[in-house]
Ligand binder design. Structure first.
Ligand SMILES: [Zn+2]
Length: 100
């Protein structure tokens, strides 16, 4: 069963594990029944993050940067051959970004 985060009207936060269609539980601190579910991440995203726990966020950011550094000049070249240097400079200045 999924784990949900809740906050009651009186500001207590708690976690509760229950079925998707079950009603929200009362606050264990004060018994308040008026509780709100805090949307954090979907259970699927949790699993995905756990699976990728070995790689740090910084590493994947670097990978993304490398990818851009590799792809951007190619894309720019393509556009320049189609539209001309001036048009690309004017309408796609971000492609002139240097990544090195
Ligand atoms: Zn409470």
């Amino acid at each position: 069963m999924p784990l949900y985060d809740y906050r009651c009207q009186n500001g207590h936060q708690f976690e509760a594990r229950h079925g998707f269609n079950d009603p929200a539980p009362a606050c264990p601190e004060c018994g308040e029944a008026n509780v709100q579910r805090i949307i954090t991440t979907a259970p699927a995203a949790h699993q995905g993050m756990a699976a990728g726990a070995g790689s740090s966020g910084a590493a994947s950011k670097d990978q993304l940067r490398d990818k851009w550094a590799e792809e951007t000049p190619k894309l720019r070249e393509k556009l320049v051959s189609k539209l001309g240097e001036d048009t690309v400079n004017k309408y796609a200045p971000s492609l002139n970004t240097k990544y090195d």
